[in-house]
Design a protein around this ligand. Structure first.
Ligand SMILES: *[C@@H]1O[C@H](CO)[C@@H](O)[C@H](O)[C@H]1NC(C)=O
Length: 351
């Protein structure tokens, strides 16, 4: 028989243990909710029988579709949805290779873990991007989100990704595909084009550059002999070999250096791309960029789809679907993004 004294002691110990468990549990719970979002595991997607089996050169295979995306904490939920949408609509999902570019200061271990947990058999590589080399070149734009150094990572893809890679599809994080990415990746680049992107020749091209630019006799000749149109850099098919041969990274940097000395444009990362490539690119069919779904700067404005077929929905603009869904103020088309959302909600009932 235990003495009453022992009994009391054991009670104290149990109470202490109990409190300890509660304390550690709530500490880890608050750590995950404040710092990190948790994501569900996506279904596994398999190749159809017609898919070619890749050679052994895993991350560089020329038969693979290569996708490059930036990764950052603020847009991670969008990136996860984009990855899921790419896999889900691909007939050869196991032949896709992802190349992720986070900033060098990001927690790579956490990003790698997050992606592997949701996509256990995804073939991907992470290439940290040292944004400090570009930070001195970024001029403040009218929309501060556009000043984020990772927006400039697309300028450096040819240097960041392995030299063995040639064709790559670059995708923003605020979009979902509803069609096979292999078709987008097969966009013809012709004999000379370095990249393909969705062009919009009805947009007022003049307005992307300042009067200072147009009134300068030398600078205003930049587009002479080119049928220059605005194009979107959020969906691009890039030939990295041609890019490296033409040293286009240096050409873009030269424009950014000029912008530091005289203000030739107002937006952030887009105008240098236009300066170097506008009028010389191959077109991406507009079905691959149903753009502007993020509305514009007017609060509460919901956009509709543009006429024509839809292969990719792009929430370009200020409003992001996950923000509007969380705020319980979604636009009607945000319902098309929601099925790709992998965020683990704290009280979700798993079936
Ligand atoms: C295009 O934009 C420029 C400068 O913003 C303006 O002066 C011009 O009138 C515009 N052109 C058209 C056709 O709207």
């Amino acid at each position: 028989m235990p003495k009453p004294h022992d009994h009391l002691h054991r009670h104290h110990l149990l109470l202490l243990l109990f409190l300890l468990i509660i304390a550690t549990n709530s500490a880890s719970a608050s750590a995950t909710t404040t710092n990190y979002q948790r994501f569900k595991e996506a279904p596994q997607f398999y190749n159809s029988p017609a898919c070619s089996s890749l050679d052994t050169n895993e991350m560089c295979s020329h038969q693979a579709v290569h996708v490059a995306m930036t990764l950052d904490a603020a847009y991670l939920r969008g990136s996860m949805a984009a990855i899921l949408s790419v896999l889900q609509h691909s007939s050869c999902p196991q032949n896709i290779r992802f190349h992720f570019i986070p900033s060098a200061t990001a927690n790579h271990h956490h990003l790698r873990l997050t992606i592997s947990r949701s996509f256990p058999s995804l073939k991907f590589q992470i290439y940290p991007y040292d944004s400090s080399k570009v930070s001195g070149l970024i001029s403040t734009s009218i929309r501060s989100a556009l000043d984020c150094p990772l927006n400039y990572a697309r300028n450096y893809l040819a240097n960041l990704l392995p030299p063995c890679l040639s064709r790559v599809v670059y995708l923003d994080s605020d979009l979902v595909l509803v069609d096979d990415i292999a078709k987008l990746a097969a966009t013809p680049l012709g004999d000379r084009s370095v990249l393909a992107a969705p062009e919009y020749c009805n947009a007022n091209f003049t307005s992307y550059f300042t009067p200072t630019f147009w009134s300068n006799p030398t600078l205003s000749l930049t587009f002479a002999g080119r049928k220059a149109c605005y194009f979107n850099t959020g969906v691009m098919v890039i030939d990295l070999q041609r890019w490296r041969q033409g040293d286009y990274t240096t050409k873009i940097i030269e424009w950014m250096e000029l912008q530091k000395r005289m203000r030739i444009y107002e937006l952030g990362s887009l105008p240098p791309f236009l300066l170097v490539f506008a009028g010389n690119i191959a077109p991406v069919d507009h079905r691959w960029n149903q753009h502007g779904l993020g509305g514009d700067n007017y609060r509460g404005l919901c956009r509709n789809l543009h006429p024509g077929p839809v292969s990719l929905l792009h929430w370009s603009g200020k409003g992001k679907p996950w923000v509007r869904l969380d705020a319980n103020r979604p636009c009607p088309l945000d319902a098309l993004w929601a099925p790709y959302d992998l965020l683990q909600t704290p009280f979700a009932l798993e079936s």
